[in-house]
Structure formats: C-alpha cells, structure tokens
Design a protein around this ligand. Structure first.
Ligand SMILES: Nc1ncnc2c1ncn2[C@@H]1O[C@H](COP(=O)(O)OP(=O)(O)OP(=O)(O)O)[C@@H](O)[C@H]1O
Ligand SMILES: [Mg+2]
Length: 202
C-alpha cells in the first residue's frame, strides 16, 4: 500500500500467530480502508484475516529469528561522527552534552543525512513550545536524496513536559514499537529520543 510517495507500507502477517499457513485469498488491486480484509491465510488454528494494521503491545519486543551483530557502519553524512565516533547499523549511540550544546541540532542533522531510510524522532518531555518549534522545523526539512519533504519518511512521537511521567515512558516504547514495525517491513529504521535525560529526570 502506498503510504507516502517515499514509503510503501508493506502489509505484515501479524507475528502474534506463531504458525504460518497458506494464503487463500488476496484482495485485488483497488481502494481499501485499513480495516478491510485484504488477505486470508489458512493456518492450523483457523483462517487468519489480514488487515492493513495489527495490534502490538508496546512493551513486548517484536519477535525475530536471529539478532544480527552490528558490524556494518551507519554512514551518517557527518564526517566528525563517521570518523571519530562511528555508529553501527543495528547499534545504539548516545549524544551526551550540557544544555544548548547542540544535541538537538545534531539529531536533526542525523535525521536528514544518515543513510537510514525511515526516521522516528521521539520528542520526550520537551516544553510544548519547543516541541511545536521542532515540528515546524521538521516540516520545512527537505530530504537531500529525493528533494521531497523529509516528513514523508518520518514519524514523530511527541510528549510534552506537562504530560504525566507515565506518558513520557510510554512515548519511548511507542517510538520503539513503531520503528520496529517498519523495520520488520525491511526498512532501515532510525529511532532517536530527544532527550532521555528528561525521561530519567522527570
Ligand atoms: N554545529 C553548530 N554550529 C553552530 N551553531 C550550533 C551548532 N549546533 C547547535 N548550534 C546552536 O546552538 C543552539 C542550541 O542547540 P540545540 O538546541 O541543539 O542544543 P541542545 O543540546 O539540544 O539543548 P537542550 O539541552 O536545551 O535541548 C542552536 O539553536 C544553534 O543555534
Ligand atoms: Mg535539545
């Protein structure tokens, strides 16, 4: 299903069903809502109706067959990072720094220029006006590879500092789950949380 001009939404067989089966029906090309059944899979436990969405609890990790070692570098497009602090595809990194030292600016640059296909910024515990600013800024960014709005390959999760602490925690899990959902579709997903210090120091 075309999601945006830059992203095709690949419909996943819900991984909650442990056993596979035989595809009995696939809907013909056309217009559907996300609630329509677009495929039916015959399994040992009965017929599974596949829609364009499925539920997944945010605290349960998505299943995977094998964890690949992070051996390939992620080219970020920022030479100082690629040279001095290389990040691996499948790895994790943190940008520590005091207030106003450029953490947010660095994250935005990574969102724009890194090789990752899809980006998932989680604005965690920012003040409302800062989150609005960040959103406005992101809306203006242009994907350097395609010239299209960066928003067409971006999903933003926002929670502001006046929201409950539980929401702050939930926002990170939510971001991880959405990023993993697209990772499972075969995309290189890049999740960034700005900032976890607001999360640890609620
Ligand atoms: N590489 C850079 N070159 C020049 N100016 C920069 C650079 N990085 C950041 N700045 C300036 O520093 C200001 C603060 O940066 P930024 O908002 O990224 O800091 P921060 O570490 O996220 O701060 P906070 O802890 O408050 O969230 C920016 O508005 C920008 O003008
Ligand atoms: Mg910041």
């Amino acid at each position: 299903m075309p999601e945006t001009p830059l992203v095709e939404h690949r419909i996943l067989y819900p991984p909650i069903y442990r056993t596979g089966g035989v595809v009995k029906y696939i809907a013909p090309e056309g217009e559907y809502t996300i609630d329509d059944v677009i495929a039916e899979v015959e399994t040992k436990e009965g017929t599974v109706k596949v829609k364009m969405w499925h539920k997944w609890p945010v605290r349960r990790p998505r299943p995977f067959r094998e964890k690949l070692p992070p051996v390939e570098p992620l080219i970020t497009g920022i030479r100082t990072i690629d040279t001095l602090f290389p990040i691996a595809i499948g790895g994790a990194a943190a940008i520590p720094g005091p207030f106003g030292s450029g953490k947010t600016v660095t994250i935005r640059t990574l969102a724009m220029y890194s090789e990752a296909r899809l980006v998932f910024p989680v604005l965690c515990g920012e003040r409302g006006n800062e989150a609005a600013d960040a959103l406005q800024g992101l809306l203006k960014l242009v994907d350097p590879n395609t010239g299209r709005p960066l928003m067409e390959r971006t999903t933003i999760i926002v929670n502001t500092s006046n929201m409950p602490v539980a929401a702050r925690e939930a926002s990170i899990y939510m971001g991880v789950t959405i990023a993993e959902y697209f990772r499972d579709q075969g995309y290189d997903s890049f999740l960034m949380a700005d900032s976890t210090s607001r999360w640890l120091r609620p």
